[in-house]
Design a protein around this ligand. Structure first.
Ligand code: NAI
Ligand code: MG
Length: 357
């Protein structure tokens, strides 16, 4: 059976960067079926909703979803449920995507873009896996109330609940081990088990899941130390797996080690390995329609899709090697341009990647 890829271009630069990624996928010569539907503001304009039934149906039946980006100032006045950004939240929920994979890769050619010294960060290739659906962001009870006891009894207090159920930890741990197995075989589980019960359970469960993966080297680290290590010696990591809140913070921190938002792909996976792949950046309305957006984050998202959902690691390698090759040739879109390199537009960058493949 041929694999079905749902392509959802979205708004702003979404259609421009997606076009290049689709050309790259097509150039691989595999027998994919690629179907396209509008999403976000584009879908609101066409069908009155950011995630219309036809778009959701396509995403559901596809083997993987390639997503551009959504959002534009012109939709700011819409009620929350109709805003473009609701499409991505809706897709995560409807497709049960609970694992967010965010690589931080710094190609040696772009080492000057980082705020860290080149020798610390050049050649960085790490992956942060953030659990997406549990933790303190969703735990009940939560609220603002009059404090019933303690030193501040009678004062207003806010409270949230950090919660993780064992099966929830187990499934994200499995994604961590499976992913590490497809990379350099090292997994670091990040928690705060010296003070949090949730983290103690997290650590116990991850340690238990590790028995099924004797080929993966597991380590544990407290989150505060992980934050330090990420800027001190980020190359010590391969894959980091952590909860929703720690992952939110650490993945943003790690992405900035590379200094180039136009280069960073991401994936959100469900239990079966099906996933939604998108660049980490947004719809960049300030440069939309100018033909200057960097398509590499989206092309690299397509490579992740080949590796993690479509079981085509050799083709993923081919795409990633082609991206490295165009950077080595000195080709740069405006966002990563520096003196002495050759500035190219969105389409020319796509052309170069295809040629390099
Ligand atoms: P943004 O990531 O769209 O843009 C930030 C800056 O980076 C801008 O100066 C932009 O021109 C530049 N940039 C981003 N991607 C680029 C690329 N591929 N090539 C060259 N330059 C690039 O973030 P911003 O401005 O905060 O948000 C713009 C819109 O995107 C908003 O409506 C926001 O809600 C939405 N957004 C959507 C996301 C998604 O679709 N998953 C994620 C983040 C924001
Ligand atoms: Mg964040």
């Amino acid at each position: 059976m041929t694999q079905l890829i749902a392509v959802l271009p979205g708004d702003g630069i979404g259609p421009e960067i997606i076009e290049q990624a689709v050309r790259v996928l097509t150039a691989l010569g595999e027998s994919f079926t690629i179907e396209q539907q509008p999403v976000g503001g584009a879908a609101y304009d066409a069908a009155g909703h950011p995630l219309p039934p036809a778009t959701l149906d396509l995403a559901r039946k596809a083997d993987a979803v390639l997503f551009g980006s959504v959002g534009d100032w012109k939709y700011d006045k819409l009620e929350r449920a109709l805003r473009p950004e609701q499409a991505i939240l809706g897709l995560r929920k409807q497709l049960g995507l609970f694992a967010n994979l965010r690589p931080a890769i710094l190609y040696p050619e772009l080492a000057n873009a980082s705020s860290l010294k080149p020798e610390v960060v050049s050649g960085l290739d790490i992956l942060i896996i953030r659990e997406l659906t549990g933790d303190i962001y969703f735990g009940q009870p939560r609220g603002i109330r009059t404090a019933p006891d303690g030193v501040f009894a009678g004062a207003r207090e806010g409270f949230d609940t950090m919660r993780y159920a064992e099966p929830e930890i187990r499934r994200i741990a499995k994604i961590g081990f499976e992913t590490a197995r497809k990379r350099r075989g090292k997994l670091c589980s990040v928690d705060k088990s010296n003070v949090l019960e949730t983290s103690q359970l997290w650590k116990d469960v991850v340690t238990d899941v590790a028995k099924e993966y004797p080929d993966v080297e597991l380590s544990h680290m407290y989150v505060d130390n992980a934050a330090m290590q990420l800027v001190r010696a980020p190359k010590q990591f391969d894959v980091i797996v952590t909860g929703n809140m720690f992952g939110d913070i650490l993945s943003d921190q790690a992405s900035m080690l590379t200094g180039s938002i136009g280069m960073l792909p991401s994936a959100s996976l469900d239990e079966s390995g099906k996933g939604l792949y998108e660049p980490s950046h947004g719809s960049a309305p300030d440069i939309a329609g100018k033909g200057i957006a960097n398509p590499l984050a989206t092309i690299l998202s397509a490579a992740m899709m080949l590796r993690y959902s479509l079981d085509k690691p050799a083709q993923a390698d081919r795409v990633e090697a082609a991206v490295k090759s165009v950077l080595a040739q000195g080709l740069r879109t405006a966002d990563i341009y520096e003196e002495g390199t050759t500035k190219v537009g969105t389409t020319a960058m796509g052309d170069a990647v295809i040629k390099a493949m």
